[in-house]
Design a protein around this ligand. Structure first.
Ligand code: FAD
Length: 441
């Protein structure tokens, strides 16, 4: 059996980008996905949903603008590049980005679908990766299995056709006009679902509850976006754990808020309904509210609520509950076993700047983790902002040399610590990433 250089497990946007950026390298790679084709959070592919970052944060552009797998090349080959520019709004829909991802996937020869990775165990100078159908050998593994729904403990045993996570929203029957729907969660997914229900029917009764004190918008002004650059990420990685935790906590709304456009669209819709009289008591917004319990009540659900500021308890009866309660990193059983000897930092595996897990014992090859390091690398590790940069680091690490050059944009926000060498390395050293042609194949 051939020993590959690397096997990637999971083909979401993160490992798809890795596959695209690996193509011009000499690395022998395969990528395995348990689904039978490329999807991107299909239960939330709502018609109005927009990409929350620039489409230039595609699989490749920010490290290799000359790659054939760029969003711009996709537009050009599909005859839309002029109209994209003409629409004077550089954003795109999630639907269009899914099509772009599918287009990239269709052109790469290293992807294998319907391969569910079950087991990864050390084998000679690498790993044996067993799927539902096949076994592969590789010197290194990149785990990109993504996120899974975060479901409150009280709801886990109740999941059914009328109590489900937002991730399943489009895969269930849609709410009927005569129903009372409770949406729990004041983030982007909750807001998108509220908009979808409001758009489909004026009659559906909606309660929107969140423990947040309001429906806060994502903060993505230009200065804030400096936190989503390679230089910032490297500086962040070098900080002590407590500081990293505080930053992640303090900057959460730069990643986890509702897009401003959507906030304003929703408010406008509610305003119009209050004008034409269709709002009446059919829409209730409950900030500062924690859902404590759900119990079955005749053919409805009784939901116990705690109001945070007044500490008053109350309950409501609803027909359907959508839990827009967020996502958490997925840790399949094979990963738990594999990470047994990993160095841990407050319950989390320690990752190097190259996203490789640090182990306390010799391992037969590196294991890289995608989408599992908010506290290690910063909030950008869970979104698309640095997807191409992350993968350029993994590729350089696999090759043991800089195939993708790190040359930095000059930061608009400078760091006040010029004498500190680690700051200089993270912040000032050139990191503009373009392909080093000498790498060659
Ligand atoms: C609804 C939604 C919208 C988002 N929108 C944005 C946005 O606009 N901008 C932004 O920057 N970020 C966004 N994000 C955040 C982030 O970019 C996405 O979560 C992104 O999908 C992460 O990519 P991924 O490859 O890590 O994971 P995923 O997309 O979750 O893909 C992981 C893949 O691994 C597969 N897999 C799992 N286990 C196995 C196994 N054992 N064997 C084989 N395959 C396996 C899964 O089937 C899946 O296809 C969004 C997140 C969500 C939930």
């Amino acid at each position: 059996m051939e020993m590959l250089d690397v096997v990637g497990i999971g083909i979401g946007p993160f490992n798809l980008s890795l596959a695209a950026l690996i193509e011009p390298t000499p690395l022998r790679a395969l990528f395995l996905e348990k689904r039978d084709g490329l999807v991107w959070h299909p239960g939330l592919a709502l018609p109005n949903s927009r990409l929350q970052v620039s489409p230039l944060k595609d699989c490749v552009t920010l490290v290799d603008p000359t790659s054939p797998y760029s969003f711009l090349n996709y537009l050009a080959l599909h005859g839309r590049i002029y109209s994209f520019v003409n629409k004077r709004n550089a954003s795109t829909s999630r639907q269009e980005f899914i099509e772009y991802y599918r287009w990239v996937a269709g052109r790469l020869k290293t992807l294998r679908f319907s391969e569910d990775a079950k087991d990864v165990i050390p084998f000679r100078d690498g790993y044996r990766i067993s799927t539902n159908t096949t076994t592969y050998l590789a010197h290194a593994v990149v785990v990109g299995v993504g996120v899974e729904p975060k479901i409150p403990a009280f709801a886990r045993s109740l999941l059914c056709g009328t109590v489900y996570h937002a991730a399943d929203y489009l895969e269930r029957s849609l709410p009927h006009a005569a129903e009372h729907v409770l949406v729990v969660g004041g983030g982007q997914s909750g807001a998108e679902i509220i908009e979808h229900i409001l758009t489909r029917s004026v009659s559906t009764q909606i309660t929107w509850a969140t423990s947040r004190s309001n429906f806060f918008a994502i903060d993505d002004n230009s200065f804030v976006n400096e936190a989503y650059t390679p230089a910032y990420s490297r500086r962040f990685h070098a900080l002590p754990l407590q500081q990293r935790r505080d930053i992640v906590e303090g900057e959460m709304l730069t990643s986890d808020g509702i897009s401003v456009d959507l906030c304003n669209r929703l408010y406008e819709m509610l305003y119009e309904r209050s004008v034409d009289g269709t709002l009446a008591d059919r829409f209730r917004v409950l900030p500062n509210v924690v859902v404590k319990d759900i119990t079955s009540h005749n053919k409805s659900w009784r939901v116990d609520l705690d109001e945070i500021t007044t500490q008053r308890n109350s309950c409501i009866l609803v027909d359907r509950i959508v839990l827009a309660t967020g996502f958490q990193p997925r840790t399949p059983p094979f990963l738990e076993a594999l990470l047994e000897g990993a160095c841990m930092e407050d319950g989390l595996p320690v990752l190097g700047v190259d996203y490789a897990v640090r182990f306390g014992r010799p391992m037969p090859g590196p294991i890289y983790l995608q989408n599992q390091s908010r506290v290690q690398h910063g909030l950008q590790s869970a979104n698309l902002s640095l997807v191409a940069y992350r993968n350029s680091q993994i590729i350089n690490s696999l090759l043991g040399r800089p195939f993708y050059l790190n040359t930095s944009d000059r930061q608009m926000i400078q760091v006040y610590a010029p004498s500190d060498a680690s700051e200089r390395d993270g912040g000032e050293v050139a990191m503009r990433s373009t392909r080093q042609v000498s790498g060659g194949t």
